[in-house]
Ligand binder design. Structure first.
Ligand SMILES: [Fe+2]
Ligand SMILES: [Fe+2]
Length: 273
């Protein structure tokens, strides 16, 4: 896999005048979730203990995700020197534990696990692409550009292994669609929202429902059609539906209409909050 390090980023191009406090809050949340990938890598190795090739790929993948966390952390600390990563991360992890000794995938099969990984990777690739295209601060744009590219490669990595396990386990289209839909809706779970809450340093008690809506209201409106089209199309591909076929095109249009409708509804709520 091509590698870059945190020191490859052109930190000297940082422009404090273009810092968007909202993007900094999003960077704080993302850096915590990315840092947590070490535990997720351990979970994957535990679920695939007899597949040395995949375990090695999963361990390398986890290191790349942690590097995303390091870059975002450095950015957040540069833009907001008062950000205390260690304190926020400790608070975040205490409520988001990953079972690193699991013997079976929480998705019911190894193929299902890999479909879920594809959904997450393509979702994060779209997320960072949307942030990159909305941000004006050059260093943040560069970080998002680099990470979006990595997440896209991660999708391809998990997709390759998913195809192998799909053949071995004979997991049909419906079962894969169920896992993908489940993981898509789970994306609305509170991992990022809770990280956003922890990173904001708010002393208010955590209100899960409010936090999920509040985080989504700030990020979903940043997505353009191209981000959703690519992300949803690759999700369909992981399920086994051709994104360029008639069904794929119709489903993508419906998904975009539903996505935009929800994003607008959230925006209106934010405006009246
Ligand atoms: Fe990442
Ligand atoms: Fe990734």
């Amino acid at each position: 896999m091509p590698q870059w390090t945190v020191d490859d980023i052109a930190w000297d191009k940082f422009d404090p005048k273009k810092v968007d406090p909202e993007m900094v809050r999003i960077a704080k949340a993302a850096c915590m979730v990315e840092h947590h990938s070490g535990d997720y890598g351990a979970y994957l190795c535990s679920v695939f203990p007899d597949d040395a090739e995949f375990s090695a790929a999963a361990a390398a993948w986890a290191q790349e995700e942690i590097r995303h966390g390091q870059a975002l952390r450095r950015y957040a600390e540069l833009a907001d020197p008062s950000f205390n990563f260690d304190e926020a991360f400790e608070r975040f992890v205490a409520n988001h534990k990953i079972d690193t000794t699991a013997k079976e995938s929480v998705r019911g099969s190894r193929c299902g696990e890999l479909v879920a990984r594809c959904v997450v990777e393509v979702g994060t690739s779209a997320h960072y692409s949307a942030l990159r295209d909305s941000a004006t601060e050059p260093v943040f744009r560069e970080i998002c550009q680099r990470i979006a590219g990595d997440e896209f490669r991660h999708y391809k990595l998990f997709y390759t292994y998913m195809k192998r396990y799909q053949k071995a386990e004979r997991i049909n289209l419906l079962a894969r669609a169920k896992v993908a839909a489940g993981r898509l809706f789970e994306s609305a779970d509170d991992e990022l929202a809770y990280a956003y809450h922890c990173g904001s340093g708010e002393s208010l008690p955590y209100d899960r429902r409010r936090a999920i809506k509040s985080y989504a209201a700030r990020t979903l409106p940043l997505y353009r059609y191209g981000h959703v089209e690519l992300g949803f199309g690759m999700t369909l591909k992981a399920v086994g539906i051709k994104p360029q076929g008639l069904a794929g095109k119709v489903l993508t249009r419906l998904a975009w209409a539903a996505f935009r409708g929800y994003a607008r509804y959230l925006e209106r709520g934010l405006a009246h909050a």
